[in-house]
Design a protein around this ligand. Sequence first.
Ligand code: PLP
Length: 341
Amino acid sequence: MTAEDASVLAAKLSAFPRLGLASLPTPLEPMKRLTAHLGGPRLWVKREDATGLGFGGNKLRKLDYVLHEAVASGADALVSGGVVQSNSQRQVAAAAAKLGLACHLAVYHGRLAPPAPEYETSGNALLNRLFGAHLHDVPWTGDRNAAIEELGNRLRREGRRPYFVPYGVSSPLGAVAYASTIAEIAEQSRALGIRPAAIVHCTGSAGTQAGLVVGGAVAMPGTRIVGIDIDAEPERVRSDVIAYARAAADLIGTSFDEDDVEVVAGHAGPAYGVPHAATIEAIRLAGALEALPLDPVYSGKGLAGLIALVRQGRWPGDTDVIFIHTGGAPALFAYQSVLGI
Ligand SMILES: Cc1ncc(COP(=O)(O)O)c(C=O)c1O
């Protein structure tokens, strides 16, 4: 990792226009108390929860690039979707409010049974309403994008000009956008004088990891990207990461090694959206030791995976490992009664 590698990546990404919706760069901070508690490598956190708009999160970085296309196309509405407590649709709703666009969301019911009475109304569900989104309840069929496309077609028939934002904002352009996280981490690591052994994060609809893999191949070739599966579908996640990463690499004119795509299974708990004891332990540790609000669906499970890998001795004590806090804290309030906090 050299200054040159980071600037090569930054130059490649500068060809893609952004709206400036996200507050970037996000901080890279030490987690000294969690490091001391676990007794393993030096742990750092990249604060992607601090991207700003509408409580922030990793999707905002993707939306910054993807919605440039929406605005340029003359769209008058964004159409997207996700489960009731989707952080992705909350960030789409926030961006739409800021841009003065209508927002229509397909809200999937049935991917998981509501884990707490407050699940349907609090957290992200409340924020979606606050940001003025129109919510359309639909059954979960397993097809992440079909109901969003149907909703978009309906709006088009009604004379609107909707722009389709895929589930999780995962697309080739979304992955290109997320490679910009690596440009920041490379620069921040250089300034701190560290050479991270790994970057660990939770992975679901795969665009985040695809961007990290592609960006990493250009600017941080010595750093392993480790995705923690939170969907309980590690094979599906890995093949989606590879597909988005291939498309993103083509867009920015680079390549990566598929053997470098690592998706770690075993930390998703009983099912997507259902926190288990290790998730709750990770949330409690991050809160009590680092004042970091993690969530029960994504970042809590991501940190649970990292803690398990540290306890297995994966990295020596004199190495540096970065955890990406991808956001999601509003969901804490929608799960309050099952977390026992
Ligand atoms: C808080 C949070 N972290 C991580 C992810 C996973 O990112 P991706 O879907 O790009 O794999 C999501 C996606 O919904 C999320 O909301």
